[in-house]
Design a protein around this ligand. Structure first.
Ligand SMILES: Nc1ncnc2c1ncn2[C@@H]1O[C@H](COP(=O)(O)OP(=O)(O)OP(=O)(O)O)[C@@H](O)[C@H]1O
Length: 361
């Protein structure tokens, strides 16, 4: 395990009691405001000492309250990217970046200065002061500063929350690149789309407790968790590989659930991708629909049905090794005669595509 965390602490008005283990990749700490996400990553960073806790990163014990171990933050080799980029306003971008490098262990693996500025596209900003940067540029510089400290683990606390949608789109590919480069990341967010796009592992926090933890695909396809995973925004993630382009220009993406066709090639043949399917964009039909313009119709077997307050239900459809979640009204569940074991077809209205972790799947 890349990271093992257990901690409990009572603030009086709020108590945290969590334990989880995270393999390599991006681990998302997901939960509503006040669930305890920041408390957990602050304990990993060494910025907060819980009453009882143990944190082990890549085999090294950073905190063990029972044994009296509590490495100071600067010796934990953990990079921290905050929601508000905390750059020194009087120092140029270059000096801010070099400040991060001061804390790096010389022998530690990790990208050098030139590599970091190239990866984050910040070469043209080096002589500017932070006050002259856009929000997205500041976010990239603060990621760069954290990387130059050559951390063994990167903590990101809602790094995109203060940015608009366009700036978020600008930063996400950089975080995907870090993930693909093998740097373990603990990523705090309450934006389900970001988590679906980035996370290999999801730890779902609710009121200071772990409600679920595991591989992202499993957590996302659990209909009982869907109300906590965005409700109307909930959905599943399928791993896909880019296949052939048909004579009519459509590109086939191969998934374990069957082929999915998209209009534009998201990458060269063989590229691994993530497809995000919103549960509300999945329509179910018992018979294979005919004469329909929707391209993507995947067969599956109903595995679980989880009613939701308000007359809706989440239905998990098993498709080979994959599972897809659909959100429909309970009236439709009854009309279609859906029950565990029933065969039906999922019609996908839209599919969002992003890069997959090369190590996942
Ligand atoms: N030092 C403290 N003293 C008292 N209560 C605290 C302290 N730190 C955090 N809390 C409480 O613990 C709870 C969890 O806070 P935390 O910041 O970890 O949540 P979060 O999931 O990160 O929320 P958000 O998404 O809003 O940042 C909150 O109710 C907060 O008020």
């Amino acid at each position: 395990m890349m990271l093992e965390v257990s901690l409990s602490h009572d603030f009086g008005s709020f108590a945290v009691d969590v334990a989880f283990a995270a393999p390599a990749g991006v681990t998302a700490l997901f939960g509503a405001s006040g669930a305890g996400k920041t408390t957990v990553i602050n304990a990993v960073a060494g910025l907060f000492r819980p009453t009882r806790g143990r944190v082990v990163a890549q085999g090294e014990v950073l905190l063990d309250t029972e044994r009296g171990v509590n490495l100071p933050a600067r010796r934990r080799r953990v990079g921290y990217v905050f929601q508000e980029p905390r750059l020194f306003p009087h120092l140029s971008v270059r000096s801010n970046l070099l400040y991060g490098a001061r804390f790096a262990l010389k022998a530690a693996p990790g990208p050098g200065f030139d590599q970091v500025i190239e990866m984050l596209g910040i070469g043209a900003l080096l002589e500017r002061l932070p006050g002259a940067l856009s929000g997205g540029e500041k976010a990239r510089v603060s990621i760069g500063r954290a990387l130059l400290s050559k951390p063994r683990l990167l903590l990101m606390d809602e790094p995109l929350a203060a940015l608009d949608a366009a700036r978020r789109e600008e930063i996400l590919p950089f975080i995907e690149r870090l993930r693909d480069a093998g740097l373990p990341v603990l990523y705090v967010s309450h934006a389900i789309g970001e988590v679906a796009r980035l996370a290999s592992t999801v730890v779902l926090l609710d009121a200071g407790r772990v409600l679920a933890a595991g591989p992202a695909a499993e957590v996302f396809s659990d209909p009982a968790l869907a109300p906590h995973l965005g409700g109307a925004e909930a959905g599943t993630v399928l791993v896909a590989t880019v296949g052939e382009t048909a004579p009519d220009g459509l590109v086939r993406l191969d998934t374990d659930a069957g082929p999915v066709w998209v209009a534009e090639s998201p990458g060269a043949p063989g590229t691994r991708l993530r497809l995000r399917l919103h549960a509300s964009d999945v329509i179910l039909s018992r018979a294979r629909p005919e004469g329909l313009s929707a391209l993507n119709i995947l067969p599956g077997i109903v595995e679980r049905i989880e009613p939701e307050p308000g007359g809706r239900a989440f239905v998990r459809l098993r498709m080979g090794r994959e599972a897809v979640l659909a959100r429909l009204t309970q009236r439709s569940v009854t009309a279609l005669g859906l029950a565990p074991g029933v065969a039906c077809h999922a019609i996908l209205k839209t599919v969002a595509v992003s890069r997959d972790d090369l190590g996942a799947g």
